[in-house]
Design a binder for this molecule. Structure first.
Ligand code: ZN
Length: 247
């Protein structure tokens, strides 16, 4: 029933049809709300129909609302086993994130998302490179994600390392890619890694530059954005307040 290549991004196999039927019944009953990941009644997995019915801005709104739930301590009571089973035959993630490896900034947790909701590329200092761009192009052009979100965070060790000119094995080369953001950051005070205000200013500039670099280095994504199919944007996560601030 399923074409092998199509199965990854969507198919009409019986299991999926059954799920879509359930989903449209839920929509008819007004239970599905603004999208699967906002409805406590439908927390199994995002379907293609549900993802495709949302705009980029609505998807960003869902992520914001999830972060508000996280901060309020009212995260959804998820059944990960149900999410795993519901998503096993196909995935329809709404967004692709590029975030830092920092253990305190797991996007799915801090935005109360579930299995199958987003792709997440994680790399120290959340900078782009050809492999990351290839992953994003797959996520948007082939798999249908509608948002590319670069999420930096406060007190980032990679940013501090770039400011300090830290050197260690392969890390040296990675930090080199963050240094243009250090240089581009306008800051009159103490420009050292001990000054968290400066560190966070560089992290923000690094997100802005990464967003610009994604547009510049990926004609595939730039074209999707120009056509209004996707939105490419940035955010900063504050480790102390738990707030994800969208640009
Ligand atoms: Zn970091």
């Amino acid at each position: 029933m399923c074409d092998k290549d199509q199965h990854m991004i969507g198919c009409g196999c019986s299991a999926r049809r059954g799920f879509l039927k359930m989903a449209s019944a839920a929509t008819a009953l007004g239970l599905a709300g603004g999208g699967l990941f906002t409805s406590p009644l439908y927390a199994d997995a995002l379907t293609k129909a549900q993802r495709d019915s949302m705009t980029s801005d609505q998807i960003i709104a869902v992520m914001k609302a999830g972060n508000e739930r996280f901060r309020a301590g009212v995260r959804k009571d998820r059944n990960y086993l149900n999410e795993q089973r519901a998503s096993a035959t196909g995935q329809y993630p709404a967004a692709v994130l590029l975030s830092c490896i920092d253990s305190r900034a797991p996007a799915e947790v801090i935005m109360d998302l579930g299995i199958g909701d987003i792709f997440n590329c994680r790399l120290a200092g959340n900078i782009e490179n050809p492999d990351i761009l290839g992953s994003m192009e797959f996520a948007c052009k082939l798999a249908g994600a509608k948002v590319v979100l670069v999420m930096g965070h406060t007190a980032c060790g990679a940013i501090k390392g770039a400011i300090d000119n830290a050197e260690l094995g392969n890390l040296t080369g990675l930090l080199e890619k963050i240094k243009p953001a250090v240089q581009a950051t306008t800051y009159a005070g103490d420009r050292s890694a001990n000054n968290y205000t400066f560190v966070d200013a560089v992290a923000r500039k690094n997100v802005e530059m990464t967003v610009a670099n994604i547009r510049k280095d990926s004609p595939v994504l730039a074209e999707l954005e120009a056509k209004g199919t996707i939105k490419i944007t940035g955010a900063m996560y504050n480790l102390e307040t738990g707030v994800v601030e969208f640009f």
